[in-house]
Design a protein around this ligand. Structure first.
Ligand code: ADP
Ligand code: MG
Length: 319
């Protein structure tokens, strides 16, 4: 099982930012309204994610670290879909197979918190308010070959912050802070969606972008599209969400690109944040273990609607 976990970890945990992504995901699933991410040495030395969510009941704490022991699968149907999703209830197990990990949690109504050390299995009383803290230390300590692939601390830190940023754009109702070596590096307070976009992407992006809105049947597309003059040399401000989940999808990217076709030349990259809401039966969001790719039942329609939505926002004529 240890080996299987390590193999799973290979798909899930590529670098500190992947750990941050999974831990923040869990905090959001637990209904957190404030999430703190604390990093040391770009997250390679330590990552701690603290939330004020529901917490984990004492008796479920050891289960949380076991593969497929997820509490989020409740029916047989869901259990069967584990196979195709490949990925429920694996993140903590995978991370703990390639790093030191401790989980402290205080469940709603519990008298105090408990801390579980993944390696020793030691369970101790701990102090904290309602919610969960997961600490991950010395990522890839036992797999030096993997550790060698990590970049500088500054680069790993940038990826970690980007991981939080992706969550933050989609969840303005949740406050996020990111600390590095004890210093506050980002703070996004709970806000409405426009304020969150401004806080995360900056005033310049707001000034140089236009709101996107389109609705048709089971499909709703909204967000902001950067004007052609806001385009960059790098594709580093392109955010797409499908049903609240950050994705990198070729079809959508192509639809957006098509909208800019006549106004962007060379390798200039448009900036955008697009939220696509679609009926769940029209999309498979679990193509990839990190859930970053999607497959649409009607890709052509999505492609066209995305393209037109962005063109309308930019007030470009449809060719
Ligand atoms: P999954 O999220 O797919 O269920 P994980 O390995 O990420 O699997 O987490 C395993 C389980 O641990 C979760 O199902 C949940 O019950 C519990 N858990 C993990 N992180 C938290 C958290 N921050 N707050 C509450 N419960 C958590
Ligand atoms: Mg998870």
């Amino acid at each position: 099982d240890e080996l299987i976990s390590q193999i799973a970890a290979g798909e899930v945990v590529e670098r500190p930012a992947s750990v941050v992504r999974e831990l923040v995901d869990n905090a959001l699933d637990a209904g957190a309204s404030q999430i703190q991410v604390k990093l040391m040495a770009g997250g390679v030395r330590a990552i701690a994610v603290e939330d004020d969510g529901l917490g984990i009941p004492l008796e479920e704490l050891p289960l949380a670290l076991k593969r497929h022991a997820t509490s989020k699968i409740r029916s047989l149907d869901e259990l069967e879909s584990v196979h195709t999703m490949g990925f429920r209830g694996e993140a903590l197990a995978a991370i703990s197979s390639v790093a030191e990990m401790a989980v402290s949690s205080r469940f709603e109504g519990a008298l105090h918190a408990h801390r579980l050390d993944a390696r020793s299995g030691e369970l101790q009383p701990a102090a904290r308010s309602r919610g969960t803290s997961v600490e991950v230390r010395e990522l890839f300590f036992s797999t030096p070959a993997r550790r060698k692939f990590l970049k500088t601390d500054a680069t790993e830190l940038a990826h970690c912050v980007e991981s939080v940023r992706r969550h933050a754009l989609a969840r303005p109702d949740v406050g996020f802070t990111v600390w590095h070596e004890g210093k506050l590096v980002e703070q996004w307070r709970q806000a409405n969606s426009d304020t969150r976009l401004k806080d995360v992407l900056g005033d310049a992006f707001m000034a140089e972008s236009r709101p996107v809105y389109a609705e048709s049947g089971p499909l709703r597309i909204y967000g902001r599209a950067g004007l052609p003059e806001a385009a960059r040399s790098r594709a580093d401000m392109q955010y797409v969400y499908v049903n609240g989940r950050y994705v990198r999808d070729k079809l959508i990217a192509h639809g957006i690109r098509a909208a800019y076709e006549d106004v962007l030349h060379g390798h200039r990259q448009p900036c955008y944040v697009l939220f696509i809401e679609i009926a769940p039966d029209r999309v498979d969001v679990n193509v990839h273990p990190t859930k970053i790719e999607v497959r649409f039942r009607d890709g052509r329609e999505v492609h066209q609607k995305v393209r037109y939505a962005v063109q309308d926002a930019l007030a470009l004529s449809r060719s």
